[in-house]
Design a protein around this ligand. Structure first.
Ligand code: PRX
Length: 647
């Protein structure tokens, strides 16, 4: 496979960028020539950000799994598509070639059909990081069912909310999942999520941990039985055949739930052709992927990073990906380095939070590990601080691997602002330059472009994008108005990212973090309102307010101010109960790091909580809290500041 659209020099980048902005339709039509279409498009792009309505490659017909699998088979059939590294290093590694992936995906597609799943149906996938998860995801895409993967750390309540929102009729899960020394009982979480649910027709259960599960007759079926039955249907005389559904370019491919600043998570919808072109193009160019490279993306497929850079981007490029079931610190903090050495990994893509946590173990876990195969390092999910960047560069990359700092979001489908490995310069803690097709703009609160530099020579403002790129979200499932309000109404005519950024005079961007009420905890997105709602479910809680504060490892920690209905004697026990409530409502990732019991919250006369003040206190600033005269009860601020929880 060759990548005629691969950028190889900085001059190539400048040319591609200019072409993509001057004539996006011509530019993306040329990139799209590199895929396999059942019918070519009638129109490359039509859009308006008012509704919003964005269509890429309208009129085209394709199936994304044929682009990710079938078209590679003649040349790359025996090439590993996935190298699966189990949680327990003593368990056998599984290598899934493209031929094998083809067979399994076809088989699972048939299983879905056999169970009554139809094109357009929503299938919720709640599994650990096992190869079967990829068969499930791609099996859905093969028949045109819309997959909605839910990360294995979410609670039954979170799953129930997502099932209801997506009106999902089918679930694929495992008995359990191994993560470090834990065995997470996924199927029993699904059972809880399904209490009262009348919409889900079938639950397909894959055996991974042999945790005892209860199977509901008529609803629950075993993966293994179903796959065995389907095998004889798709494999005839040794030839695997399974017609892939013919999909429109703009048919939805998947829904992925992510947190916003208000209420419950929203279902970001990505469609077929644009997402495919975008993930492929950004994968090949940002990482400077070469056909023999082994790519290791450490993300879970429950997040967008796993969707785009374990599955669709790399597979559509015919790449080999390492898929890791476990966690970086088990059985010890040398696990990533062991995997790099064992599988001769060339590209390592991980999160700053993982780097910071491994930094805490020093360099001993790296000793004796041969990391010489590494060529490119990447980070994603949150701003990387300079200390972590230098540690990664020195100890992992041995100062010879470019680090790509890729800024993007669930809504953007793939990398938006990033240096390209070894092609455009990497600057510690700067995501740097926009990918071809991306036109970022910094605006002030009123939506006016920032034209004045600050004292450091930087432009500083809210980050928006002027025009669509192929991987932009199309809607939020079942509620298009919410999509419009969230992303397209703050600054009319622009897509608003929710992030703040700096721009230097060379056009490099540095992302400074969220400017809305969204937290980024260990690279995971959480809405403050979502966490507050969860805390408020505790019977004794009257009201709560949640803010983020700088956390050495997680990037941001969750600080909760809580008013209880009566003064409880045992504050520790109450804290424990609140944490349990949050775990039950959302999952362990949303647990507050600090809970301060307060008598009141700083509110304006109109009843709005002044989060600015709470944020300052959480950050350790107890004196200069700004103007408090507009508060209903200014005295409460002093009381809160005096009771601040210190580490
Ligand atoms: O604040 C930005 C931060 O993560 C947010 C998107 O989160 P999510 O949709 O969960 O996707 C994460 C993986 C793509 C952004 O709004 N973010 C992501 N990458 C970076 C980043 N912040 C700074 N630098 C990055 N490289």
């Amino acid at each position: 496979m060759s990548y005629s659209y691969q950028i190889r020099t900085e001059a190539d980048y400048r040319t591609a960028y200019q072409q993509s902005v001057e004539d996006p339709e011509k530019f993306w039509a040329a990139v799209a020539e590199n895929f396999s279409w059942k019918k070519k498009w009638d129109k490359v792009l039509s859009w308006n950000f008012e509704e919003p309505k964005v269509e890429w490659f309208a009129g085209a017909k394709l199936n994304i799994t044929e682009n990710c699998i079938d078209r590679h088979l003649s040349a790359l059939g025996d090439k590993p598509a996935l190298i699966w590294e189990p949680n327990d290093p003593n368990e056998r590694v599984r290598v899934v070639t493209y031929n094998r992936l083809h067979k399994r995906v076809c088989q699972f597609a048939q299983v879905l059909l056999n169970n009554g799943v139809k094109k357009g149906d929503r299938v919720c996938i709640y599994m650990g990081m096992v190869p079967e998860l990829t068969y499930a995801v791609l099996g859905c895409a093969r028949i045109g069912a819309i997959h909605s993967v839910v990360f294995g750390g979410f609670s039954a309540q979170s799953i129930a909310d997502r099932l209801e929102d997506a009106k999902a009729t089918f679930i694929v899960t495992c008995d359990g999942a191994f993560r470090g020394n834990k065995d997470i009982p996924l199927k029993s979480v699904i059972d809880d999520a399904l209490i009262g649910n009348k919409v889900v027709k079938k639950v397909i259960v894959y055996t991974r941990t042999r945790t005892p599960v209860s199977m509901l007759k008529g609803r629950d079926v075993w993966w293994e039985d179903e796959m065995e039955h389907a095998e004889s249907q798709v494999e005839v005389n040794g030839v695997v055949q399974q017609e892939a559904a013919v999909m429109d370019a703009e048919d939805p491919l998947f829904i992925l739930y992510t947190s916003g600043s208000t209420g419950k998570p929203k279902g970001v919808v990505h469609t077929t052709a644009g997402y495919m072109v975008w993930t492929n193009y950004t994968f090949v160019n940002a990482f400077q992927y070469q056909p023999s490279d082994i790519h290791f993306c450490t993300a879970d497929i429950g997040w967008i990073t796993g969707h785009s850079y374990i599955l669709y981007g790399p597979l559509s490029a015919g790449a080999t990906c390492v898929m890791f079931e476990g966690i970086p610190t088990w059985p010890d903090a040398g696990r990533f380095w062991e995997i790099v050495e064992k599988h001769r990994v060339n590209i390592l893509y991980t999160a700053p939070t993982a780097i910071r946590s491994l930094m805490g173990f020093g360099t001993t876990p790296l000793e004796g590990k041969d990391l010489s195969s590494l060529k490119v390092l990447g980070t994603v999910g949150e701003p990387i601080n300079e200390e972590a960047w230098h540690w990664y560069n020195k100890n992992v990359g041995k100062e010879k691997c470019p680090i790509v700092d890729t800024w993007w979001q669930t809504e953007t489908g793939g990398c938006m602002i990033s240096n390209m490995a070894g092609v455009t310069p990497g600057i510690p803690s700067w995501a740097s330059l926009p990918m071809p097709g991306i036109q970022p703009i910094l605006v002030d609160e009123a939506g006016k472009e920032i034209t004045e530099k600050d004292q450091h020579g930087h432009y500083k403002g809210n980050l928006c994008i002027k025009a669509p790129w192929p991987g932009i979200l199309r809607t939020t499932y079942g509620d298009h108005e919410r999509c419009r309000q969230n992303y397209f109404s703050t600054y009319p005519g622009l897509y608003f990212t929710g992030d703040g950024a700096l721009k230097d005079q060379q056009g490099n961007f540095r992302i400074t973090g969220r400017v809305d009420d969204v937290l980024n905890v260990s690279g995971h997105r959480l809405g403050t309102a979502e966490v507050e709602n969860a805390i408020n479910m505790h019977a004794g809680v009257v009201e709560s307010a949640v803010v983020g504060y700088p956390h050495d490892i997680k990037g941001q920690g969750v600080y909760a101010y809580v008013i209880m209905d009566q003064l409880h004697e045992d504050a520790q026990l109450t804290r424990k109960n609140i944490l349990q409530t949050v775990t039950r409502q959302i999952g362990p990732i949303a647990k507050p790091d600090k809970i301060q019991f307060v008598k009141g919250l700083p509110k304006t006369r109109s009843g709005k909580i002044m989060r600015r003040i709470l944020r300052k206190i959480a950050e350790g600033e107890t004196k200069n809290l700004g103007d408090t005269t507009t508060l209903l009860d200014p005295a409460i601020v002093e009381e809160i500041a005096a009771g601040r929880i210190v580490d």
